[in-house]
Structure formats: structure tokens, C-alpha cells
Design a protein around this ligand. Structure first.
Ligand code: ADP
Ligand code: MG
Length: 740
């Protein structure tokens, strides 16, 4: 029989409450003086700055040219860079290198090779060639390809992406040189997540440059997309984590009754950071700074033990790599602080979920001093700049409206299904929030409020020239919108916390590239009839605003009214991952992605299949874990307590006082229902496995399996409330969320 002493939960609690914050020491120089962040920022990266120092001038210039034009690296440049990288790595105590890439698993992959090799005379020597820098062949047959490689050859190769800095990853005292790479099949198919980002960026750049040239910004040579991903996460003490098979196997609690106190007091949000957590955050930041990851903001989030880390934005491709590095660093550092970090979108039912808000914009990356770095979604000082802003804003609205289904698919995952439409979460409907002031201005433009006015008068009447000043004061935010404009960028808030930003950014870039292309066509047509360029632009903006109006929503996105309103507007409302994923392979999406050269039809289908399979596997793992938890932990605890209860009641009868039997009867009733639901879950799991077709399997999972899991959870959570506390071996919500 379980007693307090034997219940593992109680010793875990003892461990948690006796923990103290770990000491974190800042990096020091040789004399032991603490270094400023700027002194050690990027020491573990081989950045362009270092390359400039270490490479011959002309080699450096040619390298930069290749990174800017995306052309293949010349042999002699590769050799020189490889040599410099090797020297730098060896100086830093690195022994191995790897091509670091992003297969379609959502995580990163690496295969280490030693620099050491044996030369012709049998002597060991450190070697690293240009060819090894540029290309590598991992044994790739076990990475998901969504059937792409079964029809081709099983092999793929990784190729260096020189636009993302090479870095040294440290694990304890072991250091590995990581070379950010793409991963492609020998037929050129993208087997990874990064290739799509690079291609979509290219597609957007080409179209944005063309539009900018037409409106008179003829110096612009390239446009890039920027990304600042805000990372939300939960921390949980490792000793409690270790007692939760569900967290270990699936990252979320599959059973667990909600505590009477959750986040309703809202006393955690932006509150003072607990000392143990602050130590963790500080060490994470130190590691990130060494890796040249610009971590900027840290704070408590809404739910207890929920936090956020936000970086300064970077070029999207680099920011995506850096977000992977950030998550990995957090995982490692958390263990040192006796925490486990949870990136799952909904680790605790009934408590706020975690997102990864993708702050996104477009800016000029090449085009001369005047315009370089200019953010195209930032209203400027002159009417021309503001007109340009309105044009790119309209193009974004157009793209997002037209491809809302695809954007919904980009964020679909089994984890995010619990967050979309749940407590404090964007619903599974893609809409755009602009803020009161901008929304009003667009409405005015649409209503022809400036009719009979010429362009200059209209600019004054509508306040276009005052845009930036007005917008600065316009601080209203909409936390309920999945895609919100926040002054000079959009925030794609619907992305899940555990997700890679790669596919969301790829699809967003593609959607907006399409918007820009269509806006450009409209403008070209308008310029044929309207002599004054500004008036032609205005006319296009007006048409696009009207056409894309349905995707704009300023109200409360969590309200029931919005769901019915969105339905009236025929906006896609795709509640489950399988439903959403089908948008990837819709005729419209295939046309978009192939048309822009982002993905071939084969690659698109592969993305769809890989994601369906991952969904199926993840939910099945959850279902089996849940079944086993209920069978081996929840029910045994309940039976054990029932035994105690029954003998207590029997003994009381014998003693002549007959204790009330209500608890026993109630417990027995729940147990019976729980058993029935458990059997049902087991049967449903078998039925799911019997379906071989992955799409059909997904459909069954989304409805029947999820339904069976919910019903069983309800019973398990009722039992948690009925069984005596010291019989319950699973750490409870109150302990996981409030003790550390
Ligand atoms: P907020 O006022 O919304 O908190 P911040 O300026 O703090 O805005 O930005 C939030 C996130 O958005 C940060 O990660 C920031 O770097 C990023 N961000 C800011 N400007 C841009 C931009 N032009 N493109 C992409 N991300 C951006
Ligand atoms: Mg946030």
C-alpha cells in the first residue's frame, strides 16, 4: 500500500522546494575581469566580420558577391574559406565539423566528421577542404521525404548556405563546428525546410524589386524578409517532469485536473522573474550571445511558469536558424538548472498555450546608401514613402487574403490544434488586424472619401502624409488576432511555440510575393490610363483594399460572433490539422508555389505527406502513452485507495458506527466509466492502426481517437479529485505550475 514515504511524488516535491538558484558566471578575460556582452558577442561564430579579417581581400569580396547573388561558390574561394574556418575552429579547440541542416522533422540534424585524417605517409593531420565545406553526404535515408525519394534515389546531399554564419556548438567541453546547410536530393528536390525559405525569399525579392522600380525606386537591387520570432515556453522542475510519462513522451500533460487557481489572477504576467528562472535565462542569453544570437527581451508570460524570450529581428533565413539554436540552447541549459523546458503549444490543458509570434517584414537589402535597409512596411516621412507603404501593405493584404488557407496549413500541427481556438489563442481562422487608425484610413480610401480630389489633396485629406506620426501614437494591440500589424511589421501570431518558422515564413513570403505580383499587374494596367503615377498607385491601393477587405478583422478574435462572421465571409475555418494540411495540395497552392519556383509539385506533395505522417505518429504516441498511464498509474492508484476506503468503511460497520459510503460509491462509479473509456481508447487505437492509408488514418485520428482520449481524460481527472492525495503518484498541476 502506498504511504507518504513511498509515493515518489512527495520526494520529488521535497527536491523541488529545497532547490536554490544556480550561480551563473559571466565570461571573463585572461585577468579574470568580467567581459561586457559586446566583448564576447559572436565569439563562437565565424561571421562576415571574422571572414573579412581572416580572408584575402579579393576572396572576401567574391564570397560576399556569392552570398548576395546566390551563385555557386568558386573552387578557389571555397578552398580559402575552408582553410580560414579550419584554422579558426582548431584555435578554438574544435575537433569535429558537421553540416547542420533542417530535415522535415521540425528539428535540426547533424553528422559529425573529424578534421583529423590520415595522410599518405600514415600520419594523422587536421584537414578540411573547400569541397568538404561546400558539400556533404549524410546517410539520409531515414529522414522523412514524404515519398519523394522512393520514386527517385535514396540519397541526398547537404550544401553550405553561406548566408547564415558558421558556428561552434558547445556541449560541455566538446565543441563542434556547425555549417548551416540545405539538404537536397540528387535530383535537386528540397528535402529540408531551409531551401523553401531561400527560394521564397528570392521569389519575393524579384517581384518587390520590379514593383519598386515601377514606382520610381530604381536603385533597389534586392529585397529581403526579416523575422523576429518571440519564443514562449514553460519551465518545469526536472524531478516532477521525471514522474510524468506524458511530458516525457509527448511534451504535454495527457491527464491532470485543473487547479482552482490558474492564470485568472494574472499575477504572473510581467511579474518579477523567479530567481531560479532568472539564473536559467541569464545563462541561456550568455550562450546565445556567444553564438551571435541577438536575444533581447525576457519576461514572464501569462500562465504560471510560462516565459518568453524575444530576439532582435534578423534576416529571416538567419533568424530561423537562430531560433533553432535558441531552442536547443534552452533545452541544454535548462537541464543544468534542473529544469525541463516545454515548447509544446499546450502543455497544460486549461492554461494558456505557447506561441512563437513571427514578427515579419520586408526590407531593401541592396540598393545603395539612400535606400538600403529601408523597411517596406514602415511609413516614411514623405507622401511618396507613405504611398509605397500603402502599396506594400495592400499587397500583403491581397496575398494573405488569397492564400489564407495555405497560411493556416503552415501553422498546423497536432500541438497547435490544442492552442488554436483554445484559451487565449487565435482561432483557426486567418484574419488580419490593422489597428484602428490604419483600418479607418483604408475604409476612407475604399469609400472614395477623396473623390474629386487630386492626389496631393487626397494625401492631405486622408492624412497619408501624417501616417508615421499618427501610427506611433496608435498603440492599440490585438492579442486575439492571428496576423496583426504592429506599426512597421506584421506579427504572425498563430505559429506554434514548438514549430520551426521555416514553413510559415516560406508560405507567407510566397503569399505576399503573389500579392506583390498581382498589385504590379494592376499598377501596370492603371498606368496605361492614368497619367499621374501617384494617382495610378492610389487607384490600385483602393481596388486592392476593397477586394481584400474580408480578411480584415478588428474585433475580438476569440468571440463566438467572429466565428459566425468569418463563416458569412466564407473565410476558411479549418479546425484540425488534417483539414488544414489539405490546403497545401490545393490547386491554388500548387499553382502559387510552382509558379513562384518555391516548390515543385512533387516537393509540395512531399510536404503534405510528411506532415500528415508526423501528425499521425504524434497523436498515436500520445494515445498509447495515455492508455499506459491510465492503466499503470491512474487506475492502480484508484483501486488502491478504493481498497483502503472499503476496508475503512467495513471496519467502521464492525465497530458499530457505519461510516458513510458515498465516496466509495462515487469512486466506484468513476472507476467503472474510466474502465469503459480505457477499453474504448484501446479499441480505437487498434482501429487506427488497421487503416493503412495515412490520410484516412489522420481523419480517423482527428475525430475518433481524439474523442476517445478526451473522454478518458475526463474520467482520469475526476479520479484525481476522488483519490486521497497521498495515493496519487503523478505530480499535480499545482505542483508543476506553482512550486518552482
Ligand atoms: P513590440 O512593440 O511589438 O513589443 P518590438 O519592437 O519589441 O515590438 O518587437 C517585437 C519583435 O519584433 C522583436 O523580436 C523585434 O526584433 C521584432 N521586429 C521589430 N521590427 C521588425 C521588423 N522590421 N521585421 C521583423 N521583426 C521585427
Ligand atoms: Mg508574447
Amino acid at each position: 500500500m502506498s504511504t507518504q514515504g513511498q509515493n515518489p511524488r512527495f520526494s520529488a516535491i521535497q527536491t523541488v522546494i529545497s532547490r536554490r538558484p544556480k550561480t551563473v558566471t559571466a565570461p571573463t578575460d585572461e585577468r579574470g575581469n568580467t567581459l561586457k556582452i559586446s566583448d564576447f558577442y559572436g565569439v563562437n561564430t565565424f561571421s562576415l566580420k571574422q571572414m573579412k579579417q581572416k580572408l584575402p581581400n579579393d576572396i572576401y569580396k567574391r564570397l560576399i558577391q556569392t552570398t548576395q547573388t546566390g551563385k555557386k561558390l568558386d573552387q578557389d574561394v571555397a578552398t580559402a574559406v575552408a582553410h580560414a574556418v579550419k584554422e579558426w575552429a582548431l584555435e578554438n579547440g574544435v575537433t569535429h565539423y558537421c553540416h547542420w541542416f533542417q530535415p522535415q522533422t521540425g528539428a535540426t540534424a547533424e553528422k559529425h566528421d573529424a578534421f583529423m585524417t590520415i595522410d599518405g605517409s600514415g600520419q594523422p593531420i587536421e584537414r578540411f577542404s573547400g569541397a568538404q565545406l561546400i558539400q556533404s553526404e549524410p546517410d539520409a535515408s531515414s529522414f522523412p521525404s514524404g515519398g519523394m525519394r522512393t520514386t527517385f534515389e535514396a540519397r541526398g546531399y547537404t550544401a553550405w548556405d553561406p548566408t547564415s554564419p558558421i558556428f561552434i556548438s558547445e556541449s560541455g567541453s566538446i565543441k563542434t563546428l556547425c555549417i548551416p546547410s540545405v539538404f537536397i536530393s540528387y535530383h535537386g528536390d528540397a528535402l529540408d525546410e531551409k531551401t523553401g525559405v531561400l527560394r521564397s525569399n528570392e521569389a519575393l525579392s524579384e517581384r518587390a524589386v520590379k514593383l519598386l522600380h515601377i514606382i520610381g525606386d530604381t536603385d533597389v537591387k534586392a529585397v529581403t524578409t526579416s523575422l523576429g520570432p518571440e519564443q514562449e515556453y514553460f519551465l518545469i522542475d526536472r524531478s516532477l517532469y521525471a514522474l510524468r510519462p506524458d511530458l516525457i513522451m509527448s511534451g504535454r500533460t495527457l491527464v491532470g485536473a485543473r487547479p482552482p487557481r490558474g492564470q485568472q489572477l494574472e499575477d504572473h504576467y510581467f511579474g518579477s522573474i523567479p530567481a531560479r528562472v532568472l539564473a536559467f535565462m541569464t545563462e541561456v542569453e550568455q550562450e546565445l550571445f556567444k553564438l551571435g544570437v541577438p536575444a533581447k527581451t525576457r519576461h514572464n508570460e501569462v500562465a504560471p511558469m510560462q516565459f518568453e524570450l524575444a530576439p532582435i529581428y534578423e534576416e529571416a533565413n538567419v533568424a530561423i536558424d537562430h531560433n533553432h539554436v535558441t531552442m536547443e540552447t534552452m533545452r541544454q541549459v535548462a537541464k543544468k538548472h534542473d529544469f525541463e523546458v516545454l515548447f509544446h503549444e499546450k502543455p497544460f490543458a486549461g492554461v494558456n498555450g505557447s506561441g512563437k509570434h513571427n514578427n515579419w517584414s520586408m526590407s531593401v537589402s541592396q540598393g545603395g546608401a539612400e535606400i538600403e535597409g529601408m523597411n517596406l512596411l514602415d511609413p516614411g516621412k514623405t507622401p511618396h514613402q507613405n504611398l509605397r507603404f500603402l502599396l506594400f501593405l495592400s499587397a500583403t493584404l491581397k496575398g494573405v487574403n488569397k492564400h489564407a488557407g495555405l497560411l493556416r496549413a503552415a501553422i498546423a500541427s497536432s500541438g497547435n490544434d490544442h492552442r488554436l481556438g483554445a484559451n487565449e489563442a487565435p482561432p483557426a481562422i486567418i484574419s488580419v488586424f490593422l489597428g484602428n487608425m490604419l483600418d479607418n484610413m483604408l475604409n476612407e480610401i475604399e469609400k472614395d472619401a477623396h473623390k474629386n480630389l487630386n492626389y496631393t489633396e487626397a494625401v492631405i485629406a486622408l492624412g497619408v502624409s501624417k501616417l508615421p506620426t499618427i501610427m506611433k501614437d496608435n498603440t492599440d494591440r490585438n492579442r486575439t488576432s492571428p496576423f496583426a500589424f504592429t506599426g512597421n511589421k506584421f506579427e504572425f501570431r498563430a505559429v506554434g511555440a514548438s514549430a520551426s518558422c521555416a514553413l510559415p515564413i516560406t508560405f507567407l513570403n510566397a503569399a505576399v510575393a503573389d500579392g506583390i505580383q498581382e498589385v504590379t499587374a494592376l499598377l501596370e494596367a492603371s498606368l496605361k490610363t492614368t497619367k499621374v503615377k501617384e494617382e495610378a498607385i492610389f487607384a490600385v491601393v483602393k481596388d486592392v483594399i476593397k477586394e481584400s477587405k474580408q480578411v480584415r478583422f478588428e474585433g475580438n478574435g476569440y468571440s463566438g460572433e467572429w466565428v459566425s462572421e468569418a463563416d458569412k465571409r466564407s473565410l476558411p475555418h479549418l479546425k484540425t490539422t488534417p483539414d488544414a494540411l489539405h490546403q497545401i495540395v490545393s490547386e491554388k497552392s500548387i499553382k502559387l508555389l510552382t509558379g513562384l519556383g518555391v516548390f515543385s509539385e512533387n516537393e509540395i506533395k512531399s510536404r503534405f505527406h510528411v506532415r500528415i505522417e508526423i501528425y499521425n505518429k504524434k497523436v498515436l504516441i500520445e494515445a498509447e502513452t495515455m492508455k499506459s498511464i491510465v492503466e499503470t498509474i491512474v487506475l492502480p492508484a484508484a483501486y488502491q485507495y478504493m481498497g483502503t476506503l472499503a476496508s475503512g468503511i467495513a471496519a467502521s460497520k464492525e465497530a458499530g458506527v457505519a461510516a458513510p459510503s458515498e465516496s466509495l460509491i462515487a469512486l466506484n462509479k468513476t472507476l467503472a466509466t474510466a474502465q469503459t473509456e480505457l477499453t474504448k481508447l484501446g479499441r480505437t487505437i487498434e482501429q487506427v492502426y488497421a487503416i493503412e492509408d495515412e490520410e484516412k488514418r489522420a481523419a480517423k485520428i482527428a475525430v475518433d481517437l481524439k474523442g476517445a482520449m478526451e473522454s478518458l481524460r475526463e474520467q482520469a481527472d475526476t479520479l484525481e479529485g476522488q483519490v486521497a492525495d497521498h495515493f496519487w503518484p503523478l505530480p499535480k498541476y499545482r505542483e508543476m505550475l506553482f512550486l518552482s
